[in-house]
Design a protein around this ligand. Sequence first.
Ligand code: C2E
Ligand code: MG
Ligand code: MG
Ligand code: MG
Length: 272
Amino acid sequence: SVAIENNVSYRPYDPMFDQKTAERVQLIARVRDGLAHQEFQLFYQPKICLRTGQHVGSEALLRWFNHENRMVMPGLFMPKVESTTLIDPVTRFVIARACETIRSQNLMPVSVNFAINNLMNPSLIGDMERIVRSYGVNPESLEIEITEGALIQDPTHAKEAVKCLRDQGFKVSLDDFGTGYSSFQYLSHLPLSGLKIDRAFVTDLEVSADARTIMESMISMARALKLEVTVEGIETLGQQEIVTDLGADLAQGFYFSRPLPLQEYQHWARDR
Ligand code: C2E
Ligand code: MG
Ligand code: MG
Ligand code: MG
């Protein structure tokens, strides 16, 4: 029985396994097609400076309008795309569109989301400055958001990649902060420029003293590390007031605006 237990290649037949693999392969093929047929669009969600109330930039969020013109949210396809080589053309598409938007709005910054496999791809990371300059944009205007996953999976390479981006002049923020596993000690060794506190920490701010205490310590820790602090998922005026009092720098959330198609976002910005 020891021999059988050690035989790692042994796996009982699992019909679900084959089905899931087939679905995954199909999804990837449809994303590749969709990219070729212009089915992808960026939506933009404004970023607000809490001290001045001013609109200071936006985050680009991917949307897929499939053949029936139904909008597909990134949570339904990006996790699968991110684990394949297709993440490279998808991210390059996002960068290209984001740069066009930056140019069209007097260089107001736009943030884009990078997957672990983008961060681990030296031919993308090392070429970023040339790429954005080829679209007429300076690295200062394109900001990059990464998640804790990359930092945990391969801290040494993640750190090198972040440093490489920072050396080229890009801002790099850690997204969804607080939902992963990265320790505070670890954060101080990364050359990040900002930190985005996950919206999970915003929900109870108005009703729970504990939630406020946690938010307060995350913000003061980030400030002590000289990181620009963004709070995600602000949905009410009360939440905005609390995070402003606690010293956060920037905020995003439905309270200011949902992510909008480019034209609507530009109207929103003009009317403000
Ligand atoms: P994220 O980067 O943390 O983006 C924030 C998500 O929170 C967005 O969801 C946004 O619509 C949502 N959100 C913003 N404000 C509020 C609020 O006040 N309340 C609530 N309930 N939600 C709010 P979305 O657009 O569905 O994107 C989900 C995730 O998909 C993103 O999380 C990001 O991880 C990923 N993603 C989106 N676009 C891209 C992309 O171009 N590349 C990569 N690699 N990932 C992307
Ligand atoms: Mg993000
Ligand atoms: Mg986030
Ligand atoms: Mg997220």
